[in-house]
Design a binder for this molecule. Structure first.
Ligand code: ASP
Ligand code: MG
Length: 406
């Protein structure tokens, strides 16, 4: 007998028929002899609507009351799913976050799970009940409802799987797995059978929006095996697991891209110790996340150029901040561009094989695509390109690394 956590996202519980369909999937898993806990999101569109209500009442609303409002979507779906399961003759019961309880810190709107009490859930499951748990929510240190940030029910599911010591956490969604790249751009994109936590983390954070990034971090930390699969078709999905579990390792497993990038170059800043700190300090204080950074050598040791990227949502704010500090920083001018895209090649194989980056550069060169900024990590090479080249670059790289489906 295995213990399994099944998680269903918003589209999977989008209407009553779909909820009944989910109940049938759960029943099957249960009747195969498994202990089952189910985590659900709100019905698709509901959380957006709730967020909008808060904004309409007050654009700058109290974060604690916002959590009270936006967490309600999940309360509806746990109740409905428990009813649907009972209709199928199963014993099922729902739990909100505070009933479990799922304890979090007090960062309302983006709380982190600290602990989950599992005694009651385990007793129920061992007694043949199906535990239906609300995703996205928990309870803070002051006994107030918290939420985990948008897309947070993935994290609820993985955290619950870790706490319950589950054999697997199955994330049912509207795609049937993790692909080598975005299938809307590359028709020959392939579904991966397995992907390591590290690679998935890079894919998740550079724009393949299958799993909330935090849920992958949590899975990696607690070694939870996560399977991403379709709630509409019955076929195996992609297993996110330990590197050791992957027998046929690929040099490169995926090409990701993110249009959520904007480039800023600070031209002719005095090249002295502390200049980077004084440029990036105010940005960090204003919660502007800086991604890629390059600094040129200065020929005469006096001035240098500093180029970096921020997310598009922070672009205007970053420029305003730098303009404010112009006198203090002593640079000549700013050059900005938000028509850029970050394209990344990801693969564990890079750790042991040379030439992966070189292949990327030569492939882009052959297509006449200019690289503006480069950054690398142990298992990733990212380049910043003109946005118009997104499709061309992703397709060319996908072929160059032999990822195209036959
Ligand atoms: N319902 C929440 C949201 O839409 C949480 C989730 O779906 O994961 O963000
Ligand atoms: Mg989601």
């Amino acid at each position: 007998m295995a213990r399994i956590v099944m998680k269903f996202g918003g589209t999977s519980v989008g209407d009553c028929d779909r909820i009944k369909n989910v109940a049938r999937r759960v029943k099957k898993e249960f009747e195969a002899g498994n202990q089952v806990a189910v985590v659900v999101s709100a019905m698709s569109g509901v959380t957006n609507q709730l967020v909008d209500y808060c904004r309409q009442i007050a654009p700058l609303h109290d974060a604690r009351e916002y959590d009270v409002v936006v967490s309600t979507g999940e309360q509806v779906t746990i109740g409905l799913l428990a009813i649907a399961l009972r209709e199928l003759g199963l014993r099922a019961r729902s739990w909100t976050g505070w009933q479990v309880p799922i304890r979090t810190d007090d960062a309302h709107g983006k709380a982190r799970i600290e602990s989950i009490e599992t005694e009651e859930l385990l007793a129920a499951m061992e007694g043949g009940q199906i535990a239906v748990v609300a995703g996205f929510q928990g309870i803070g240190p002051e006994n107030r409802i918290t939420t985990l940030g948008r897309g947070g029910s993935d994290t609820s599911a993985v955290a619950l799987a870790a706490a319950l010591d589950a054999d697997r956490c199955d994330i049912y969604t509207d795609v049937d797995g993790v692909y080598t790249t975005d299938p809307r751009i590359v028709v020959k994109a392939r579904k991966l059978d397995k992907i390591s936590y590290e690679e998935m983390l890079e894919l998740a954070s550079v724009g393949a929006k299958v799993l909330q990034t935090r849920s992958v971090e949590m899975a990696m930390k607690h070694r939870v095996r996560v399977q991403v699969l379709s709630s509409f078709e019955e076929k195996p999905g992609t297993l996110v697991c330990d590197e050791d579990e992957i027998v046929e390792k690929e040099l490169v497993s995926g090409i990701a891209y993110s249009r959520d990038e904007a480039k800023i170059t600070v031209i002719k800043v005095p090249d002295r110790p502390g200049i980077a700190a004084s440029v990036f300090g105010p940005l960090a204080d204003a919660n502007v996340n800086v991604d890629m950074i390059v600094q040129n050598v200065s020929e005469d040791g006096r001035f240098t150029d500093l180029t970096f990227t921020v997310s598009r949502a922070d672009f205007d704010r970053a420029i305003a901040l730098l303009n404010e500090k112009k006198g203090e920083l002593g640079y000549e001018r700013l050059m900005t561009d938000n028509n850029v895209v970050k394209v990344s090649v990801i693969g564990m194989g890079m750790r042991s094989h040379a030439g992966v980056a070189q292949k990327m550069f030569s492939t882009l060169a052959e297509k006449g695509i200019n690289i503006q900024v480069i950054s690398t990590s142990e298992i990733k090479v990212s380049v910043l390109l003109g946005e118009d080249y997104t499709e061309l670059a992703v397709r060319a790289l996908h072929s160059a690394y032999g990822l195209d489906a036959q």
